[in-house]
Design a protein around this ligand. Structure first.
Ligand SMILES: *Cc1c(COP(=O)(O)O)cnc(C)c1O
Length: 378
């Protein structure tokens, strides 16, 4: 059955905030062939497709090890544990992220310590980290939010001085870079998510830990299979966090088009930048133009308490938008008892608006969004 061209059908009617199908269409035959290969192989969990994907992701990033797991959340949990982070430890991270980031820290019995963000980039403010370090601090988890690198050099510097591990949350920035280095290769380990909306998205859940640390990689491999390197020789409490062959087969095809897809996102972002330059009252992260941004989201700030009104006006014109994230993690009920105030994260949560973005978003859709934003801001 042919897949209808949703963008064509929707043109002039509605523009969704995200649509995975137009970018699957050109690789559809290859993906279906890869899926058929798995069906015919009779091997469905941790087989040659997963091993192949692990090798290819490691080669793509230029790291020694890649360990496929069930989700990005599990990748964070297992990466932290593999580096020796656990009960009683504190982990410094950003509150302006998906809940999974601090949740992973809490899951392993450690405590997230939130520090504020740099309002120009939405990523963790490196200058706020040192004051949050205590005798119990074991690690820092910077998040490369919306496809843009966290400011890694000062983060690594403070980590080195205090003997802290650094786990990059790479869920939203696979393929991105900073200062010529691929994101995910800068800290001690990184956690990838293959959730379908992510830059390297599968057709279901999946994730991966990448690291150059041989011991951490070996421990991660045990932890994903109930703490055993060998079947029925369980050495410690781990997880059922295996990656399946169907996801891996699909992801191997998609990895081959990742750089092109990210370049296409950058092209769409450049067109948004031009259009938004002509609209007064909107702010964009300064670094949004930085090389290496892979635009998981194209996120603007609508100041002056007008964000929700502008969002409604775009919605009335059939334009989908999203708010990532309406409540910073330190204000969500599980962490509200911490009682911290983080002014920049809270201001960002009140002002951010993510515009329609996917690699092959048509030019006229971007233009329509820009025009509608101009009208909404008047
Ligand atoms: C998606 C995401 C995760 C979690 O990944 P899942 O695969 O959904 O478990 C973690 N951190 C960030 C920043 C994310 O965007």
């Amino acid at each position: 059955m042919a897949v209808p061209d949703r963008i064509e059908a929707r043109r002039g009617v509605a523009i969704p905030v995200f649509d995975p199908r137009p970018d699957i269409e050109p690789i559809r035959a290859e993906v279906l062939e890869a899926i058929a290969g798995v069906v015919d192989s009779g091997r469905f969990i941790l087989g040659e497709q997963v091993a192949g994907l692990e090798d290819e992701v490691a080669a793509y990033l230029g790291v020694r090890h890649a360990v496929g797991v069930n989700s990005g959340t599990d990748a964070l949990v297992i990466a932290l544990r593999s580096l020796g982070v656990g009960p009683g430890h504190e982990v410094i991270t950003t509150p302006f992220t998906f809940f999974a980031t601090p949740e992973a820290v809490t899951t392993i019995g450690a405590t997230p310590v939130f520090v504020d963000i740099d309002p120009a980039t939405f990523t963790i403010d490196p200058s706020a980290i040192e004051a949050a370090i205590t005798a119990r601090t074991a690690a820092i988890v910077p998040v490369h939010l919306f496809g843009l690198a966290a400011d890694m050099d000062p983060i690594l510097e403070v980590a080195r001085r205090h003997g802290l591990r650094v786990v990059e949350d790479l869920a939203q920035a696979m393929g991105g870079s900073a200062g010529g280095r691929k994101l995910g290769t800068i800290g001690d380990a990184a956690a990838l998510s293959f959730f379908p909306t992510k830059n390297l998205g599968g057709f279901g859940d999946g994730g991966m830990i990448v690291t150059d640390d041989d011991e951490a990689a070996a421990l991660a491999r045990k932890l994903r299979t109930h703490g055993s390197a060998k079947k029925y020789a369980n050495e410690l409490f781990g997880y059922n966090s295996r990656l399946d062959e169907l996801q891996a087969a699909v992801l191997r095809v998609r990895l081959r088009t990742l750089d092109d897809a990210n370049a296409a996102r950058r092209g769409a972002a450049a067109r948004y930048d031009e259009l938004l330059d002509g609209i007064d009252g909107l702010a964009r992260p300064i670094a949004a133009r930085a090389a290496g941004h892979v635009y998981h989201q194209f996120t603007i700030r609508v100041p002056g308490g007008r964000r929700d009104e502008v969002r409604d006006r775009l919605g009335a014109e059939g334009i989908g938008t999203a708010v990532y994230y309406p409540i910073p993690c330190h204000r969500l009920p599980p962490y509200a008892d911490l009682g911290v105030t983080l002014a920049e994260a809270e201001a960002a949560a009140a002002e951010v608006l993510s515009l329609p973005m996917w690699p092959s978003i048509p030019d006229d859709a971007v233009r329509a969004v820009g025009d509608a934003l101009g009208r909404a801001m008047r």
